[in-house]
Structures are given as C-alpha cells and as structure tokens.
Write a protein of this length. Structure first.
Length: 397
C-alpha cells in the first residue's frame, strides 16, 4: 500500500454514526484519517466528534481558507492512499457517477489521484431504484470499488438491501482493495481449525487448535485476489469477506468436502489440525460413567493432504507442520514424503491458540524464516511467497 493516509467522506445518512466507529478503527490500524463531511452529514454527527477521533481538522466547506492556497479539494487527496466515503448516499452516488462537483467532497473526488471506495447506505427501495442501480453500474465500470451494501433491518423499520457494512468489514475490504492481487483469477481451497472425533453422543476427541492461522491465511489469499473456499472444523471464528465456508466435524467429513472441491482448485492449503485417529468403537448414546476403565479403540484417519498431493493432476499443495520438537527435521521429512512444493512449519507451544505465530517456510530452494508477528501478518507473507512460487512453477513451457 501507499502511505497510510486516507480521506474519509461522511454524507447525510443515519449510518453516519458508524463512520465514527470506522474512524476509530482506522486510527487504531495505523491510518492517518482526514475527514470531509457534507452539510447533511454534519447534521447527523457533529464534526467535532470526528476531529476528536481522528486527531485531525475536519473539513466541511469548499471555501475553507485554512489551506494556504485555498485548495482543500486538491491538497487533501495528494499523497492519500484512497478516498473512502462511508456512508455513501444515493445522492452522493448519483453526483459522482455523473461528475457533478457542488461541494468539497464531490469536488475532491473529481480531482483525486488515488482509488475511490464507496460504502452505500440507504433505504432498500432507494438502493433498488433503477437510476441508482444504473449509477452504481457506471461507477463500477469506472473502476470505483463499491463496498456492500449489506442486508437486514434498516432505520426506517424495513428489511432488505441497503444497510451500510459494519465498520470492521469496511476496514477489511479497504485494506484488501489496496493490496497487490498476485492470486487474481485463482481458486484456493483451504482447511482450517480442529477436527472432532466422536466418542459417544456428547463426548469426543479434539485438539487445542483455534483455527486462527487457517482463517488468517484464508483472508490473506482473499486479499491477494483469490476465490477462497474454507473447509472448517468447529471454530467460532468469523468467515473472511466473500469466502465460501463449509463446516465439518470429523476428519472423514473434512476429506469428503475436500474431495468435492479440489477438482476446481488451483491451490490447496492444508492448515487444519486434523486428528490422526478416530474412535472405532464409538457409541450412539452417552456412555454412562461407572467404576470400570473405559477402553477406546482408535483407528488411523485418512491423510487428507497426502491424498490430494498424490492425485494424478494435483493442485499446487501447501502443507503445515505443527511440531513440539525437532521442527526442521520433522517438517522437512513431511514435505519430502508428501512431495509438497511448499510447507509451513511452526512449534505448537508458540502458535496453537495464540494470536501470534512464527513460521519457517520450506521449499526446494531451502528454508525461509518469517519473523514472529500477528497471524494475519504472517499469513500475508506466506501467501506472497506462495504466489511467487506458484507463478514460477506453473509457468507454461
């Protein structure tokens, strides 16, 4: 991304209150936020709110004399990574689609030299109105990113499309929009989270995987432009935007889901902590506790990654190795045994359930140690390495 400076436009809609939370999240994420409000926008939330949250002066007037050259509509966007309007009303969308410039926000949009992103917010009938849909289509054709809208209950009491996306979602989509797209047009199939092997109607064998690393890799692949499908074990984590999620429980269910999806995948990333064994003598009903020792018969689960990697025409396969000791030795042996072009290795005591991770990548060129950091940062580095390796190995002869 360019330097993390952004112009946030706030127009006149009830969803303007969400723009205050969005401003807070942007600042927390390291953005230098400069807010420009329309006259109608300042009737819903006072400019002083955004000044306090952003730490910068708020602009509302096209004739603001604070800039030395009196050209706020030029100065504000120079050096900015993007202009984001949230909420973007039907009026603002219509003006931008037709190049109208009758206030500071629409004028700086016309004079910008950076990407424009709009987060629509309006009544469901306003959103579906034919002129509005034509304007949205025109903006998309012009290269403007339209974020949403979402669907649900609206301030007017009606239910339908037109809700502004939640601030967390807008921030994710903003950062994704400004990232390189080395996986554009590619389909990524990914497993994440723990599997659960049932003992009886209420008990089972699982592990302490949170799924955080897998979902971080899914988000990073989506940010890189890929179409992403996640086959997920039991985890409460939210699905990254635009990713398709298939929930499973056991290793055998995960394998079945993967087998259905893998023929359509260019890349397969096996991040899930799959149980090595399942209970052979599981009970349909709850086993009652008594004084006797309970013996469980465990049988090996299928090796999902190996079955995909050994297919006649496998996708580009990426494995994960979580070890408690001898990390490089065990990880290298796993990569060679399964004939993987890329494997990511980490120590379970440093990664499982944690928010941070430290990963070593192993490929035919050797090892590449990624610095410890938040799992999303590590995932982005992993995906960048994966994309470069995929492009190199899948070049046409």
């Amino acid at each position: 991304m360019k330097q993390k400076r952004i112009v946030l436009g706030v127009t006149g809609g009830v969803a303007a209150y969400k723009a205050a939370e969005l401003t807070r999240l942007l600042v927390k994420a390291g953005w230098d936020v400069h807010v420009v409000m329309t006259e109608a926008g300042s009737r819903f939330v006072l400019p002083v709110t955004f000044q306090a949250l952003s730490g910068n002066p708020v602009y509302t007037d096209q004739w603001d004399a604070r800039p030395d050259n009196n050209m706020a509509h030029i100065n504000l966007t120079r050096g900015a990574a993007a202009v984001l309007v949230a909420p973007a009303t039907a009026d603002l969308i219509a003006k931008v689609a037709h190049g109208l410039c009758d206030d500071l926000l629409t004028t700086l949009i016309a004079a910008r030299d950076c990407p424009l992103l709009l987060a629509p917010a309006m009544n469901r009938q306003m959103w579906d109105n034919a002129p509005n849909q034509r304007n949205v289509a025109q903006l998309k054709a012009d290269g403007v990113a339209i974020l949403g809208p979402g669907s649900g209950e609206q301030a007017c009491g009606e239910v339908g499309d037109g809700r502004m996306l939640e601030p967390e979602d807008i921030l994710m989509r903003l950062e994704a929009a400004l990232r390189p797209k080395p996986l554009a047009g590619k389909r990524v199939l990914l497993t994440a989270g723990p599997t659960f092997e049932r003992i009886d109607a209420v008990r089972g064998i699982t592990n302490s995987s949170s799924g955080k690393m897998g979902f971080a890799v899914a988000r990073a692949a989506w940010e890189a432009g890929a179409e992403v499908v996640i086959v997920a074990g039991e985890t409460p984590l939210a699905t990254p935007p635009d990713c398709r999620r298939i929930d499973v429980q056991s290793a055998q269910q995960m394998l079945a889901a993967v087998e259905l999806e893998v023929p359509h995948a260019d890349i397969f990333i096996s991040v899930a902590a799959v149980a090595d064994y399942y209970v052979l003598n599981q009970s349909e009903h709850k086993i009652k506790k008594d004084a006797h020792i309970l013996t469980l018969e465990l049988a090996p689960n299928p090796d999902i990654l190996a079955s995909v990697a050994c297919a006649p025409k496998p996708p580009f396969c990426v494995g994960f190795a979580a070890e408690s000791e001898n990390l490089l030795e065990y990880a290298d042996a796993k990569r060679r045994r399964k004939q993987l072009p890329l494997l990511a290795a980490n120590l379970v005591q440093q990664a499982m359930g944690a928010d941070d991770n430290e990963v070593i990548l192993l490929d035919d060129a050797g090892t590449h140690r990624l610095p410890r950091g938040p799992k999303l940062d590590v995932a982005r580095q992993l995906v960048a390495h994966l994309a470069a390796l995929y492009t190199h190995t899948r070049k046409p002869a």
